[in-house]
Ligand binder design. Structure first.
Ligand SMILES: Nc1ncnc2c1ncn2[C@@H]1O[C@H](COP(=O)(O)OP(=O)(O)OP(=O)(O)O)[C@@H](O)[C@H]1O
Ligand SMILES: [Mg+2]
Length: 235
């Protein structure tokens, strides 16, 4: 289980997150939704150790993360799939996948994981020797997620996978993520695409200007006047 309590974080003197609290339980697919600049990516940076919270606590499976390094947090099974996918564009698809499995020494295990992620994203299997930089935007997203999975994460933080993708591909990617939660991977997604996100996640938090301004099950949020007006364009 992942639990953030009263997390305040920012950059130097700039405060971005104000008392952010949220939690994701085993088997749940949860999203943080909010507009540009709300602090979604900053929240993921704080969880993954890229920045250190100014106050508050972040606990994952009984371990406090707020004082740990990125490496220690990664070693606890946390994988951060950034909106750019963190890819090495001059390397092949296969090389990128293997870079995701640097923590796994056993060669047969690496091969097994490669087979598994290709099963999830068959498109990647057809392009194993293609340079990552020559893949389409959607394929690069898939590769970013696949690469994140190669470390066998227990918690995956996925930053705006829908950005720049066609609606049908977005649903595919979200369904794949949902499938992973059924295998016990905890997924925290951040998204601006509120409509599609609420169709697929179990629960969501609304983050606006660094503050959690709402939360609920997807059904509750889809029915809320505020969400309809502010995010779904329904008057
Ligand atoms: N490295 C940084 N240094 C200084 N300020 C930053 C840095 N990264 C982000 N910010 C600022 O922090 C605020 C929140 O940014 P953040 O990237 O977390 O928003 P976001 O919700 O992910 O937005 P988007 O949907 O556009 O990705 C913004 O005002 C942004 O300008
Ligand atoms: Mg962002």
């Amino acid at each position: 289980m992942l639990k953030l309590e009263n997390v305040c974080a920012g950059y130097g003197k700039l405060d971005v997150l104000w008392d952010v609290s949220c939690e994701v339980n085993e088997g749940e697919f949860v999203a943080i939704v909010g507009p540009n600049g709300a602090g979604k990516t900053t929240t993921m940076r704080a969880i993954s150790g890229m920045i250190r919270p100014k106050s508050g606590s972040i606990v994952f499976n009984n371990e406090h993360l707020e004082n740990k390094s990125m490496k220690q947090i990664h070693d606890l099974g946390v994988s951060f799939v950034t909106d750019g996918g963190n890819l090495f564009s001059g390397m092949t698809v296969k090389e990128n996948l293997l870079m995701g499995a640097l923590n796994i020494k056993d060669k047969s295990k690496k091969a097994e994981l490669t087979e598994k992620v290709i099963g999830l994203f068959p498109r990647l299997g057809e392009r194993l020797n293609q340079q990552a930089g020559l893949m389409s935007g959607g394929e690069r997203k898939m590769l970013g997620i696949a690469r994140g999975l190669m470390s066998e994460p227990k918690l995956m933080l996925v930053d705006e996978p829908s950005l720049g993708l066609a609606p049908s591909v977005v649903l595919d990617v979200f369904r794949t993520l949902k499938g992973l939660t059924n295998e016990g991977v905890i997924i925290l997604l951040v998204e601006q695409n509120v409509n599609t996100t609420l169709k697929i996640v179990d629960r969501a938090y609304i983050l606006e200007k660094g503050v959690i301004n709402g939360q609920g099950t997807s059904a509750e949020l889809l029915a809320s006047d505020y969400v309809q007006k502010m995010y779904l364009g329904i008057e």
